[in-house]
Write a protein that binds this ligand. Structure first.
Ligand code: APR
Length: 245
């Protein structure tokens, strides 16, 4: 039995931190690899809260180009997502904290998923707080609020995506910090750990003496402190460590 398998077997309360590398095998590119989305600096600049507020009309086509291409919206969970869902069926308590906005963990069947960077499938009106789903977001190139007030006047404000933009606060951070420190195994899957504050989460696990396992194609800063580091594809590695059924 490998060290990774032993860690899984001994753990009952597992916290998982996932990043874009979790979904590359589903056909959604990551951000910082050679083919990553952030190679285009203008796009990075545009995916910010300040750009959305100043140029809402220009923001949405770019946002959809980065996060909402039709093939991304059709993407299906891969073997890695399914393996994490299978861990729950093995009787483990598994909390997934994901930086991804694609909803694939939930589609695969994981039941406890915290979307640290929100979701691409929801948007909200910044004026009247009305919320909207995917169909509404896709119906117009620049989605606007269609809420009617009592006098029949429409709101028409440009919607804000639920997705956390540069300059906005990460969600569920306190819960993630507590979970990292209290679990008995911390898995880091497919994230370069370059963006704070989420990148700090493995350090909370480390400080609490929680064993860490990393599966990532490239090196991360936490590798030197992990019990196990596997340089492989998540969708190939995880099903070898625990069965998907
Ligand atoms: N298996 C394992 N690792 C993979 C795979 C795979 N199939 N595919 C890619 N990777 C690795 C890459 O080598 C890289 O180290 O996943 C990592 C992805 O890193 P990033 O592209 O930086 O993505 P992420 O860490 O999720 O970025 C964090 O930054 O810009 C923000 O909001 C954006 O949520 C994102 C956040």
């Amino acid at each position: 039995m490998s060290v990774f398998q032993k860690l899984i077997e001994n753990a009952s309360n597992i916290v998982v931190l996932t990043g874009a590398g979790m979904s590359t095998e589903s056909g959604i590119p990551d951000f910082r690899s050679d083919a990553g989305v952030w190679q285009d600096e203008a796009l990075v600049h545009a995916m910010s809260d300040s750009y959305l507020r100043r140029f809402p009309q220009a923001f949405w086509p770019k946002f959809k180009q980065v996060f909402m291409r039709p093939e991304y919206l059709r993407a299906e969970p891969n073997a890695g997502h399914r393996a994490l869902a299978a861990l729950e069926r093995m009787g483990k308590q598994v909390a997934v904290f994901t930086q991804n906005v694609d909803g694939l963990h939930q589609l695969a069947g994981s039941t406890t998923v915290f979307e640290l960077h929100g979701s691409v499938r929801k948007a909200e009106c910044p004026a009247c707080m009305q919320s909207y789903g995917l169909d509404d977001i896709l119906a117009q190139e620049v989605p606007t609020c269609r809420w009617e007030n009592a006098k029949g006047g429409e709101c028409r404000a440009v919607l804000h995506p639920d997705t956390v933009l540069f300059g906005q606060q990460v969600r569920h951070l306190e819960r993630a910090i507590l979970a990292a420190a209290r679990c008995d195994l911390f898995l880091v899957l497919g994230t370069s750990l370059m963006v704070d504050p989420v990148a700090e989460l493995p350090n909370y696990a480390r400080a609490a003496g929680v064993p860490i396992a990393v599966v990532n194609l490239e090196e991360t800063y936490i590798d030197g402190h992990a019990e196990v580091v596997i340089r492989g594809k998540i969708g190939e590695v995880l099903p070898q460590v625990f069965p998907v059924f």
